[in-house]
Unconditional design. Structure first.
Length: 200
């Protein structure tokens, strides 16, 4: 089978972890911004600051932060088990130079650091439905509701395709579209697919 995985908030913990660096940025620059929302996807929506100020923050701490992102529970073990069992692992991340300083270099370094096995990676402002088509994907998993719905619509014309939404703090109370299943982590996804992961 061919698995296409998103990276941020699917394989690694991104959004919640970034708040430490946001608050650090505010202190270091003596900025008065306060948190105005919690269950939202992007950091620039959580505080009463402008997108330009949020971009300045990300350009300052983005690389350092990305190298420290912790893996989600069971993610590396389960994905490596899939890879070792002969499944094809494709990573598709929208990290790009508009927000990130060195998205490709940092992403590849992080993947090596955590020991994640994969066969191909796409980095940049990408069309994930097109990637699923090009890779002849059987399974897609992402934390973005709109993206998972678009992929699910593409999959609906195919047989035995699966589209999963990784549950996060910001999407846990939002309705999901047809033909999309929620999962708590990668192990939960494998359970729904009736695939057993190795313990190491």
């Amino acid at each position: 089978m061919v698995f296409v995985f998103d990276l941020d908030d699917t394989i690694c913990e991104t959004d919640g972890y970034s708040e430490f660096y946001i608050k650090k940025f505010f202190v270091e620059h003596n900025l008065p911004y306060k948190q105005i929302a919690t269950d939202v996807r992007f950091a620039e929506s959580k505080f009463d600051w402008s997108v330009d100020e949020a971009l300045k923050w990300y350009k300052t701490y983005g690389d350092e932060m990305m190298l420290e992102f912790p893996c989600k529970k069971n993610a590396v073990r389960c994905i490596n088990s899939l890879h070792d069992s002969g499944h094809r692992i494709v990573i598709a991340t929208a990290r790009a130079t508009d927000w990130h300083t060195k998205p490709e270099e940092i992403t590849l370094e992080w993947l090596k650091k955590v020991g994640l096995k994969y066969d191909k990676i796409y980095i940049g402002r990408i069309d994930k439905e097109k990637i699923c088509e090009e890779e002849n994907a059987d399974v897609f998993i992402d934390d973005d509701i709109k993206i998972t719905q678009r992929v699910a619509e593409y999959f609906c014309e195919k047989k035995d395709k699966h589209c999963f939404l990784m549950t996060t703090n910001y999407n846990k109370n939002l309705p999901i579209g047809e033909n999309v299943e929620r999962v708590l982590d990668v192990a939960d996804m494998l359970k729904k697919l009736n695939i057993k992961a190795k313990n190491r």
